[in-house]
Design a binder for this molecule. Sequence first.
Ligand code: GMT
Length: 389
Amino acid sequence: MPLVNKMARKTVFLSCHPSAGGSGVVASELALGLAEREHDVHLFSSEIPFRYGPLPPKGVTVHTPSPIHHPLFQKTMPHGFALAQSLLCQAQSTPPDILHAHYAFPFALVHQYVAGILKQRGQPCQQVVTLHGTDTTLLASDPCYLDLIRQALERVDGLSAVSSSLALETLSTFGLTRSVDVIPNWVSPQFHPHRPPHPAIAAAHSANEVAVLHLSNFRPIKRPDIAIKAFSTILANRPARLFLAGDGPEKEGALALARSLGIHNRVESLGSLREIETLYPTADLLLSSSDHESFGLAVLEALASGVPVASTAVGGVPDLLGKGSHGALASAGDGQALGKAALTLLVNPKDRSLSAINRAKDFSPEIALEKYETLYSRVSRDSRKRVNP
Ligand code: GMT
């Protein structure tokens, strides 16, 4: 049954990466939630987003703009141009009220260009950007990208960040004076503790081993080497097994480190999985070893599944964990400290699990959806005031 919709129906165009990473998940779920609230939602991504599986869900119209396949454009047609063409084409039949970019680069830049054309056509719309991290934490270190992204952030009608820490870092990195709404991510109901045991992870329990989970896209920033070092500290104190879920460039290096430490027979690679919600509940704890996490969606998913988390104290993670027996923090880059933090989580597992579930309740889809709707209403109202002061 659709949720009660207190806001006027809007046509929303969302642009995002299709990948399994958090920003694609957040945009896909936002699209679904808005559609359930009876907004007209169009999601633009280079492929059907990972979170939707092979078939797009009901209620959201998914557009997968593809470059022109002609030899002349073979090396000069990035996704952004195909996206612009697709947004403009769709706007002919359903002019958008809101263009919502998940990342300023490249999506807000494309939206800015498209919004200019729509304004000339007499179809003005408002632009919203949600920051997930990379614009600020990676691209802004290049002064030319910094300028490019800053002008987009200054001009958009609404700007949100997924944590206070990212909002503050963005304001100082780009020297912005405008306001940024903090809209934390949420966890979808498919993450809960009541699932059948995952066979591979349950085998560790049968052998009286602590089942430790590390889930990531194994980008350098995720520091899987630190997860391996933390695990070796756990292993020195308790029989344990480490499950590595996901794939990426640093995976082989992490496995090589496990071999060199002589613990590779206690490390199991589960590869890339679609239904990650089936993994968490059987694990005893999640290890999050990143050098930076603007929010830390996997941390929240673990909590909702009743699993305590040992994490590096980076970005939005300390705020996300909050206070309670479900979390333990260690300095970034210190595997031994992370391992020691993880060991503290292995007593009173039932209390910690309850504490985790309670904390996750603070991040419900309803809270986040209302905040995004409020942001959309505010930017629409502000624009009407500009036209009719
Ligand atoms: O962490 C990644 O490699 C993926 C990245 C993305 O673009 O999807 O995740 C970012 O956005 C997520 C959703 O807001 C956050 O939960 C992650 O913390 C953030 N990643 C980093 O800050 C490294």
